[in-house]
Write a protein that binds this ligand. Structure first.
Ligand code: G
Ligand code: G
Ligand code: MN
Length: 405
């Protein structure tokens, strides 16, 4: 269904009539309209005119209550219709805080009009307080704002920590690098899963600051780990980034600056991003990735295969590594379709000159299968869970090889 239908009105036609129920707002594409408001039995008064780019009838987007004004076409008009259904669908997809705010503003606007009697006979509207409370109760906004505020405090109070999960070479069993994963221990609520706080951090925009911290911390940790375990510029660190990070000003410059100050070589940093990021802002992502690629930074696609994207995008971006989502790895032993997918991703990636990392390897059997399929690298609980820096150093001092077959 198209988002907005074009509607045409001839000069002199009434587009909406005061007192009638409304179900659409319009954006004026061409022409001018006049806004007329009548009080009781008095003759309608002009409230002014509106031209191209203006929106009319917006309050009906929240409810179907009566139009507060009559709008008449002064010239032939072309309008883009935004139906209540279009708006509701968009609002459902929006950040809960934005959603609640838009509803409250529109409700309060209507209430103000009613109280000032500008809009004439408005006795039938429910009191704004009741409607607004309803918006608040039905929305996730309150929980989200609280969690976002707590997350901001966490960032400044060092409640966030990084854990590092080893990534293993499937031929030699050698440890080649790590994925840095954010961990948050809330002072009252205890451990909070990244599946809960990462979306909140993304929606509030706090992820940008959190990612900067994670990048810098992960790079510093990599140098410390290498120093303590006797590796020199031999291991890589993979850091997760969200689309918010990519959209932020100066992202690439900040990454290079962190590499400079920490002494990590660009080829030993991998940016881990999702297919969704690439699909969501393809041109911006491409430019950003090209700039990273020019300096030899690695690019990995996380959760590969779950983004229901077309494969044609793969050659559009400078991608080095595909990470097979753990759902396929977990199911491949029992499910022929998952096995076929794992096999196809490995073949596809290799044919395109990429390396493959399998995620979520939990058993020796899975490791053996992946090795036979020529998968380059793997991570998962079978080899090692994500762990703190001290545990990683202890692990590396005790062993630098893992059993893969
Ligand atoms: O670590 P697991 O614990 O459950 O992580 C869940 C999800 O959160 C993973 O998909 C992981 O990529 C994401 N995640 C973990 N740490 C970070 C981070 O530092 N930045 C971003 N953007 N996502 C992260
Ligand atoms: O960004 P990504 O979705 O790749 O995040 C990796 C997530 O997978 C982390 O939450 C990590 O803790 C988790 N993980 C890593 N290895 C395993 C595994 O073997 N099994 C399962 N179930 N989860 C894993
Ligand atoms: Mn990841």
């Amino acid at each position: 269904m198209p988002d907005s239908n074009q509607k045409k009105f001839k000069a002199g036609e009434i587009i909406m009539a005061q007192g009638q129920p409304g179900t659409s707002a319009y954006i004026i594409e061409e022409g001018r309209v006049e806004i007329l408001v009548a009080h009781g039995r008095d003759e309608a008064q002009s409230f002014g005119t509106r031209g191209p780019g203006a929106m009319i009838g917006e309050m009906s987007l929240i409810d179907k209550a009566p139009r507060t004004a009559t709008v008449k076409a002064l010239e032939d008009c072309v309008l883009l219709e935004i139906t209540e259904a279009d708006f509701t669908r968009r609002l459902e997809a929006a950040d809960p805080v934005l959603k609640m705010t838009s509803k409250v503003i529109l409700t309060r606007y209507r209430d103000t009009l009613a109280r000032s009697r500008i809009a004439g006979d408005a006795q039938n509207w429910p009191p704004a307080e009741a409607v607004e409370l309803n918006h608040a109760e039905e929305s996730r906004a309150i929980d989200m704002i609280k969690l976002a505020n707590d997350f901001e405090t966490a960032l400044h109070n060092h409640e966030l920590e990084l854990h590092y999960q080893p990534i293993i070479d499937m031929q030699s069993g050698a440890l080649k690098g790590f994925e840095a994963l954010m961990r948050w221990t809330h002072p009252d609520k205890g451990f909070i899963s990244p599946d809960v706080f990462i979306p909140v951090a993304e929606e509030s925009g706090l992820i940008v600051e959190a990612s900067k911290w994670a990048l810098s911390e992960a790079c510093k940790a990599l140098r410390r780990i290498e120093g303590r375990a006797g590796f020199d510029h031999a291991l890589f660190m993979s850091v997760n980034f969200s689309s918010r990070d990519f959209a932020a000003d100066g992202f690439v410059e900040a990454v290079y600056s962190t590499l400079n100050t920490t002494g990590v070589r660009p080829e030993n940093l991998h940016l881990e991003i999702t297919e969704r990021l690439l699909m969501g802002q393809p041109e911006n992502a491409r430019e950003t990735l090209e700039k990273c690629k020019d300096g030899n930074i690695g690019i990995s696609i996380d959760d590969f295969g779950t983004g229901f994207s077309s494969l044609s995008y793969l050659h559009h971006f400078p991608i080095d590594i595909l990470k097979i989502d753990r759902s396929f790895v977990m199911n491949m032993v029992h499910d022929v379709k998952s096995m076929a997918l794992v096999r196809s991703i490995i073949t596809l990636g290799k044919n395109m000159g990429m390396k493959i990392i399998a995620e979520g390897v939990e058993t020796l059997e899975e490791s053996q299968i992946l090795r036979d399929l020529q998968c380059d690298l793997a991570q998962g609980y079978y080899f090692a869970k994500p762990m703190g820096e001290a545990d990683i150093i202890a692990l590396l001092q005790a062993q630098d090889k893992f059993q893969v077959k």
